[in-house]
Design a protein around this ligand. Structure first.
Ligand SMILES: Cc1cc2nc3c(=O)[nH]c(=O)nc-3n(C[C@H](O)[C@H](O)[C@H](O)COP(=O)(O)OP(=O)(O)OC[C@H]3O[C@@H](n4cnc5c(N)ncnc54)[C@H](O)[C@@H]3O)c2cc1C
Ligand code: SF4
Length: 345
């Protein structure tokens, strides 16, 4: 690992100033360090300065108000999300997603902010000897005709085909979460999470979100909504011990007299951003949760998919997850998430 300066600021203002002084790649914020330190050990990221956010008071707070919603400080750990009684009861999909992440040890240390901002797992990106497009090179080694792209994107890809690795992100997108982003000079802005992540073909191919130099996520706010109380997160992974999603679905439904009034279907593990499957939502909206409506939504969930040479399996896999998620929610209002019984398909 390259030598670096480690600083422990006491305020958000100090942290953002220290980060802005360094520039985007030369100074990186650190939450739990579970991803950042790994990328530094492998020389994927080589910052001169690491700004540890953990000593800043107030960023570890969870607050739940039934009328307003749920506020999560950026330093709230994934375990705290998984175990919080209010989240388990009122935002079951969020607790399910948290429980599906990595191992207990990683969840105890990894933070909400770090989970949303973690870097891609594409194995070409993670190989220190390969300089692909995302690292400033000229070629994507997972391109459509490559021999090794089974874990890459089927939706929204090009010129990079990463999939976004966060399990919290699809659920937070389904719940229309709003992020607070603090920047240098005391600036702060609120941003719907749907505008936070960037496709490689739209923003810079070397980044995954809109954060500017010196900016950090300080809070994730989930507004109170009937959608949250009838929600689930299903994830399929290759290794049952711990693994990122090959495909996942966050689904939230608001029903009225057995008919779907509003639907959110957001896919994980299949696109460079959490992917809102609007055609699946349209297939559910205004329909009773019958098998035919569920089947139509499942088929529609991958509309526009362009599988690469090795990852066509993600299409039927995603259909199965969407179908199962809708069947779970069709069974009626969800009991509080009890841990262990959800999350993994
Ligand atoms: C073996 C293993 C398995 C895993 N499996 C999963 C999985 O299945 N699902 C899943 O979702 N995740 C998985 N993870 C990722 C894990 O959840 C993340 O490493 C963790 O959430 C990152 O959180 P952190 O606080 O440690 O982030 P850090 O490592 O501290 O930071 C990660 C990145 O985000 C930036 N960052 C951190 N905090 C902020 C902030 N507040 N604002 C702006 N930028 C910030 C850092 O600069 C860095 O680039 C796995 C990790 C490992 C090591
Ligand atoms: S998908 Fe992205 S990270 Fe992976 S090789 Fe292609 S450019 Fe690099």
């Amino acid at each position: 690992m390259k030598a670096f300066e480690l600083i422990h600021p006491q305020t958000v203002a100090e942290a953002t100033r220290l980060l802005a002084e360094g520039g985007y790649d030369a100074a990186r914020p650190m939450g739990g360090g579970q991803d950042l330190l790994g990328t530094m050990k492998d020389y994927i990221l080589t910052p001169d300065r690491v700004v540890d956010l953990k000593r800043i008071p107030g960023l570890s707070r969870i607050a739940y108000d039934p009328a307003q919603g749920l506020s999560l400080g950026a330093l709230v750990t994934i375990t705290e999300v998984e175990e919080h009684p209010g989240i388990r009861r009122h935002f079951a999909a969020l607790a399910e997603a948290a429980s599906s992440i990595a191992s207990i040890q990683i969840r105890n240390v990894g933070t909400v902010g770090g989970n949303l901002c973690q870097r891609p797992r594409c194995w070409y990106y993670r190989n220190e000897h390969i300089v692909c497009l995302k690292k400033g090179g000229s070629k994507c080694y997972a391109a459509p005709d490559s021999a090794e792209n089974k874990y890459n994107a089927i939706l929204g890809g090009g010129p990079s085909y990463i999939v976004h690795p966060s399990d919290l992100a699809p659920v937070l997108m389904a719940f229309s979460a709003v992020l607070t982003i603090a920047g240098p000079g005391g600036k702060a802005r609120k941003l719907p999470i749907a505008e936070f992540f960037t496709l490689p073909g739209e923003g810079s191919v070397t980044r995954e979100n809109v954060l500017q130099p010196g900016e950090i996520v300080t809070e994730v706010f989930v507004p109170a909504s009937p959608l949250a109380s009838r929600s689930t997160y299903l994830k399929f992974r290759e290794k049952n011990s711990l693994d990122w999603a090959l495909s996942s679905v966050a689904m939230a439904l608001e029903t009225d007299g057995g008919v779907v009034r509003e639907a959110r279907v957001v896919l994980g593990g299949v696109a460079p951003i959490p992917w809102r499957a609007k055609a699946a939502e349209d297939a559910l909206r205004g329909q009773p949760l019958s098998e035919s409506a569920i089947r139509a939504a499942a088929e529609a969930s991958t509309e526009g998919a362009k599988p690469l040479s090795q990852n066509g399996y993600k299409v039927p896999l995603t259909h199965a997850l969407v179908r199962r998620a809708a069947q779970v929610l069709a069974a009626g209002p969800r009991p509080a998430f009890g841990g262990g019984e959800g999350g993994i398909a």
